[in-house]
Design a protein around this ligand. Structure first.
Ligand SMILES: Nc1nc2c(c(=O)[nH]1)N[C@H]1C(S)=C(S)[C@@H](COP(=O)(O)OP(=O)(O)OC[C@H]3O[C@@H](n4cnc5c(=O)[nH]c(N)nc54)[C@H](O)[C@@H]3O)O[C@H]1N2
Ligand SMILES: Nc1nc2c(c(=O)[nH]1)N[C@H]1C(S)=C(S)[C@@H](COP(=O)(O)OP(=O)(O)OC[C@H]3O[C@@H](n4cnc5c(=O)[nH]c(N)nc54)[C@H](O)[C@@H]3O)O[C@H]1N2
Ligand code: SF4
Ligand SMILES: [Mo]
Length: 760
């Protein structure tokens, strides 16, 4: 008997259908059993009728009731009593909190102008309503600075868009039809679990699965082959693959002729990219690059699942743009089970949100836009650093000067985000949040690292307690989330908090009085594009989800139809030239920043795989299996599964630094330092260290996390983040009395840290 049948037969229980709100490509449809009498949720499971969820949630969200009913849930508004960042608060009423916040915001707007206020939000929920719904209306009406939401995928998105025109791609279901699958910079079994069932179906029919990743992840272990690659060098691999494909005329000349532009220039460009040249950069042997290219071009259909790991680098946009050329070159878009998937969000980007977000309320549409990756700089008082924090997605976007820079930030309103833990350059972010003159309001479910710095913490509901509507970025289904239980304590949905704040500021526009269900129904009913014809409100209420009105099978580029300026796949991009880029695919190495810039220089003089600086290592910090960014760090059982903040390193790198397994190590660079426990493993390419993220700083032995060593610099495109492009030094932390390296650090709080000398 299914769980649905079990509970549906129980008259004391009702079953409510909802959707997982988390930042995950799978956007699962879930069902919750609620006791009628107590109103308590007693079970949660994956919706069996959803074609992607197929009845299963991941190990994290299986624990969603533990998260919702956690003793750490915030249930009352809180006002700061200690110094900034001390984490000491007193309960106040909603009336007091909102009145005082409204007064403070009004005074700041009066003295500094409305742009001195910054909303800061990201991926706590991907819902339209509890994300940028009522909040967008509120900040538009206020005239706050705008936020460029760049922290996750922007570099790669821009690169993909230059090449293909939309973030459309292979449907997850269609991976079942592929006969070769390249999983490229994605740990599918950790961060995109529901794709795996389709990959397994393909393998039953004989498909081979190859993982291209610096780490032998659990996905790489489950695949047929792991191709270890140096971080940030994927563009070089793709160029060399195209060198072989074109050199051996394995490309689809008919597809190329009809549906692409710039083939001649591409052929010219890749001529110099021999597999030998790419081997010295990527660490993948030339012969394997050659055979991979042939395998890719001749196995039909061949699908690529590319994810964000490979674009969190200085040249990540260009690397993505280059890889995105591959399916058009071999014509694999023609076939079900061919093509590439970066994100399915392109379909949902066509959903018209103007009625939801009301940009028309903004009196000053030219208000500055701050790049969230540069929050540390944005919160500084130095105008030069504020200028740097302006959103400058392309090389032609200049750093503003003079009055264009705008006022210093005086108020920060954080919701759905935890920048004190998740943002790059943690020291800079904490220095900003620690400013006594910065007025900070945090809407949260838990007292996070960021909430510790608030002046007011406002308790927010979880997904079990509010309405929302969800797009997906790993499939083509829209989902509705209905509240299953009443809000815990005095917590309120973000929508209601901003509704009440609007009231406290005297905003009389009717849109601030609409209730949540009405907002969502109106949003759905306002859609006129054919993609949403299947997504009626009644369908969503009845089923909890609806497939976008796309053909089945959905082969977006089988006959061209690229929404680029030329209408074709752009091997040569005029738009890139105009925006200040090389118009042809490149390696992405040395595009901007320091990290990967050193690779080529070193490799040209070395016969071995390059290491950027003999003493430094590249640090990547991809998602931990049992966390979702920082959102599940609070759930004891999940934190227990991750055990402690660790640094994985290759035995060669460990030996060179006299580091043994489980030794306490210090990881540092010019930006900051963090103490971690070494895990010595050959599941990594030498020269790269890996710290699974994202730990709460307050759960870490030294009160810091890996974002101590990540930098605010933008990637080459879209102002994207460079999380995996960090050079670090690593050394054992010696025991203060014995002078020996071991894991003593884990067992006691450090008063002083003695650092081994001689390295770095
Ligand atoms: N369990 C879990 N699931 C998650 C998350 C989580 O924190 N935990 N986070 C969610 C979020 S916010 C996102 S954005 C998504 C997407 O998540 P992604 O950012 O795509 O993360 P992963 O799927 O772990 O893929 C990253 C992989 O890329 C590899 N990598 C790093 N640098 C390079 C490189 O230069 N080249 C190549 N080829 N590979 C590289 C890493 O080793 C890692 O295995 O996952 C979501 N799902
Ligand atoms: N070193 C390193 N840093 C990274 C990454 C990495 O791979 N390595 N990944 C980056 C990526 S891909 C991303 S997407 C970002 C994510 O960065 P953030 O968006 O800051 O994500 P989270 O850390 O999950 O924080 C989300 C917060 O929102 C809260 N929340 C959830 N739902 C609600 C709600 O309905 N209302 C309110 N008010 N709050 C809610 C949660 O409790 C949680 O504290 O981190 C980035 N940081
Ligand atoms: S985090 Fe991802 S896999 Fe887990 S339930 Fe949510 S959408 Fe599904
Ligand atoms: Mo993300």
């Amino acid at each position: 008997m299914s769980r649905l049948e079990f509970y549906a037969n129980d008259p004391s229980v009702r079953v409510v259908t909802g959707a997982c709100p988390h930042d995950c490509p799978d956007t699962c449809s879930w069902q919750v059993a609620v006791q009628r009498e107590s109103g308590a949720a007693i079970a949660i499971w994956g919706n069996a009728s959803h074609p992607i969820t197929q009845g299963a949630l991941c190990g994290k969200v299986d624990r969603y009731l533990e998260r919702t009913y956690h003793s750490g849930r915030l249930t009352t508004p809180l006002r700061r009593v200690g110094p900034k960042g001390s984490g000491r608060f007193e309960p106040v009423t909603w009336g007091t909190a909102l009145g005082e916040i409204a007064n403070r915001l009004s005074a700041i707007v009066e003295e500094w102008g409305s742009q001195a206020v910054l909303p800061y939000s990201y991926s706590g929920t991907l819902g339209y309503l509890q994300g940028e719904g009522m909040a967008a209306r509120f900040f538009n009406r206020l005239g706050a600075s705008k936020l460029a939401r760049t922290i996750c995928s922007e570099a790669g998105f821009e690169g993909y868009l230059y090449t293909l025109g939309a973030t459309l791609g292979t449907a997850p279901e269609d991976f079942a039809h592929a006969r070769l699958i390249l999983i490229w910079g994605s740990n599918t079994l950790t961060s995109n679990l529901h794709l795996w069932q389709f990959i397994q179906a393909a393998r039953k029919e004989g498909a081979r699965v190859i993982v291209i990743d610096p780490a032998r992840t659990r996905t790489a272990r489950a695949a047929d082959e792991w191709l270890p690659i140096h971080p940030g060098t994927d563009g070089a691999l793709a160029l060399a693959m195209m060198h072989v494909i074109i050199g051996e005329t394995l490309h689809d000349a008919d597809y190329v002729d009809k549906y692409t532009v710039g083939y001649e220039q591409l052929a010219e460009r890749v001529r110099e990219w021999t597999p030998e040249r790419a081997a010295a950069i990527t660490g993948i042997p030339a012969a394997r690059i050659r055979s991979l290219a042939v395998e890719y071009a001749t196995t039909r259909p061949a699908a690529i699942r590319i994810n964000y790991g490979m674009q969190r680098h200085a040249g990540g946009g260009m690397a993505m743009r280059t890889v995105a050329c591959l399916p058009a070159l071999v014509g694999s878009w023609r076939e079900r089970g061919g093509g590439i998937q970066l994100s399915a969000s392109g379909g949902f980007r066509r959903l018209d949100v103007t009625g939801l977000q009301r940009p028309d309320l903004r009196r000053d549409p030219t208000a500055r836009t701050i790049n969230m990756n540069r929050l540390g700089d944005a919160l500084a008082l130095d105008p030069a650093r504020i200028a740097l924090s302006h959103y400058r997605p392309r090389p032609i976007d200049a750093i503003p000067t003079g009055a264009e820079i705008g006022p210093p930030l005086k108020a920060l309103v954080v919701y759905n985000a935890n920048p004190a833990a998740a943002n790059p350059d943690q020291s800079a972010v904490l220095a900003g949040l620690g400013r006594e003159d910065l007025f900070t309001v945090v809407l949260e479910q838990f007292q996070t690292d960021t909430a510790n710095y608030a002046d007011y913490i406002l308790p927010a509901t979880t997904q079990l307690e509010h309405w929302d509507l969800h797009r997906a970025y790993g499939h083509n289904y829209l989902s509705l989330n209905r509240p299953a239980i009443a809000p815990l304590g005095q917590s309120l949905p973000n929508s209601e908090i901003f509704r009440r704040l609007a009231g406290a500021l005297g905003y009389s526009d009717g849109c601030f009085r609409e209730d949540d269900e009405t907002i969502l129904r109106t949003l759905i009913e306002a859609q006129t594009r054919p993609e949403f014809a299947t997504c009626g409100w009644d369908t969503l209420l009845a089923d909890g989800f609806a497939r976008l009105n796309l053909p089945d099978p959905y082969l977006p580029f089988a006959q061209g139809n690229y929404p680029t300026p030329s209408g074709k796949c752009e091997f040569y991009s005029q738009r890139m030239a105009a925006d200040g880029y090389d118009p042809l695919p490149g390696s992405g190495i040395g595009e901007r920043g320091l990290g990967t810039g050193d690779w080529e220089e070193v490799s040209s003089s070395a016969t071995q795989s390059p290491v950027p600086n003999p003493q430094s290592l590249i640090c990547i910090s991809p998602p931990a299996h049992s966390f979702l960014n920082t959102s599940f760090g609070v759930v004891d059982r999940l934190r227990g599964r991750e055990k402690e903040p660790v640094l994985q390193m290759h035995p060669l790198d460990a030996a060179a630094r006299q580091i043994g397994d489980s030794d306490t190590v210090r990881v540092w660079n010019g930006l900051g330092e963090v103490v971690l426990t070494a895990r010595v493993t050959d599941d990594l390419i030498p020269g790269t260290v890996l710290a699974p993220g994202i730990w709460w700083a307050s759960h870490s032995p030294d009160g810091r996390n890996i974002n101590q060593i990540t930098r605010q610099d933008e990637a080459d495109m879209g102002g994207g983040a460079c999380f995996y492009d960090a050079q670090v030094f690593v050394a054992p932390v010696l025991h203060p009395s014995t002078g020996e390296a071991d894991n003593w650090q884990r067992k006691r709080k450090p008063e002083s840290l003695l650092v081994a000398s001689g390295i770095g």
